[in-house]
Design a protein around this ligand. Sequence first.
Ligand code: XCC
Ligand code: SF4
Length: 636
Amino acid sequence: MSKMKNTIDPAVNYLLPLAKKAGVETVWDRFAVMKPQCGFGELGVCCRICWKGPCRIDPFGNGPQRGVCGADAHTIVARNLARMMAAGAASHSDHGRHIALTLLEVGEGHAPAYRIKDEQKLRNIAEKLNLAPAGKDIRQIAKEVAQASLDDYSRQKRSIPCNWAKVTMTAERVEKLVDLEVMPHNIDAVIAEIMARTHVGCDADAANILLGGLKGALADYTGMCLSTELSDVLFGTPEPVVTQANLGVLKEDAVNIAVHGHNPLLSEIICDVALKMNEEAKKAGAKDGINIVGICCTGNEVMMRRGIPLATNYLSQEMAIVTGAVDAMVVDVQCIMPALTSVAECFHTEVITTMPVNKITGATHIEFREESAVESARKIVEVAIEAFKRRDKRKVNIPDYKQTAIAGFSAEAILAALSKLDAKDPLKPLIDNIVNGNIQGIALFAGCNNPKAIQDNNFITIAKELAKNNVLMLATGCGAGTFAKTGLMTQEATEAYAGESLKAVLTAIGKAAGLNGPLPLVLHMGSCVDNSRAVNVAVAIANKLGVDLDKLPLVASAPEFMSEKAVAIGTWAVTLGIPTHIGIVPQIMGSPVVAEFLTEKAKELLGGYFIVETDPEQAAAKLVAAIKERRKGLGI
Ligand code: XCC
Ligand code: SF4
């Protein structure tokens, strides 16, 4: 297999031959032997929902057109898809629940490892949630905000929308979604409802199942909003920070601890504890003490708030271990390849699982509990130091690749930068420049990597094209990881790739904000749950213009997506009215009804729609066209 087929990441290309030599099997090896992948599965027409099956529909029309129960391709495809949305919503909202419960504990005076770091933000949230915070004690506010968030998991009245969904959208959007009966009232109930209605012999109408799915996607959105906002309260609202990305951030003379997964509850404490254990690392022979690096979205979380360097994104997580320099890889939830422990067998690396519901055979399990967070973190760092002592120097190969990355662009940080241009009306300079065409539109890049695409290539190709077309770009998740690794989150990238008018605007904002040059070409907004930050910005613009989100020159792209969470995110983006590109063929093509619903009917109903395009250049052209269409609609 030629190198260029797998990835454009130079660090990965450096390590792949070494992995091969060491007999390490990687995601790309497993993908290669998996091909050809099952055609029925690819089309979404395989049903395993009951044990009369598995049933599969013949896409060519010669074989069976219905499952044993009589379900047709449309029912089967829609059910499979809705269940993916439910799983995505479950993942994000479970993460949110942990954060909300921790905030409640803090309010109640338990959980000594945590505190309220951003009081102002907590007050702002309380205001937004109509909790009348004025004059209340901050701990009382914390309790009330946590409770209002937890109510979104327990409310039984179907007519009352989730708090976080209601207060974070435009009024017009809320009304539309209530009318369509897709506004969630209770995250958990909506997820359960999807599972129930897709049980054998229930909802068989594809469009109706999909509407259920949209509600699930909005439940995902709700969980995501509260995750992000409450994390900022506990750990601080991100501000621009200069750091580095790619595997070259590992240090030969340090105890390297990689934090991987999604939830900042543990990684934040590990960072605190590690600072205090530097001396112990040095005593063990690590001249440079402890070096924490991030992978996937836990990495994004600590990068945004602390400037911790990002080692790599999803598809190359195994490669971090192949460097031979990672002493411990600490994982929490989501996007952790079960393969990690097999790779670690060839090295000294300790893979440490921390969550009772996320264990991996072969890993060391050190359970994390909020009430004893510091002890768990301590134990983890001790295990890492012990592992460092066993490190085999001959196996260490740290690729000499890393890039500068400016991260930390929360909605608040973007507004703060803009307020340097217009203190009274910070959004005005941004809106003026959108209206006059200096900025043609805004694109949000989100989502994962997938071996079906060359790693990072779709992101980079599309972004460079959009930059040329003067589109302002935001990124989250592993997409943000891509841009950080490839140097597109730098001022130099703005100089090199931005169209003239975009460059002028980014320079004006950057200079006013004291950056001595332009803002970076792509603004890092955080982890997957932080996609809600981009919605915050979009809603602020929409409210100011007095239009709904489906009128804005705003697009989203998940060019290398793979996870159920990404399915949920993409779907809520569409539901909020955003044209959303996906660069991997979705497993729905076996049903023309479902495909048409998501790409055309959705546009009529919601204003947003999916654009499926695997060719990155074509995708960029389609995104630019979608932006142009929106501008035309606004008469600008
Ligand atoms: Fe996972 Fe968030 Fe996807 Fe990356 S991007 S592979 S979901 S870590 Ni959200
Ligand atoms: Fe087959 Fe119907 Fe059972 Fe699905 S639910 S496996 S289509 S019999």
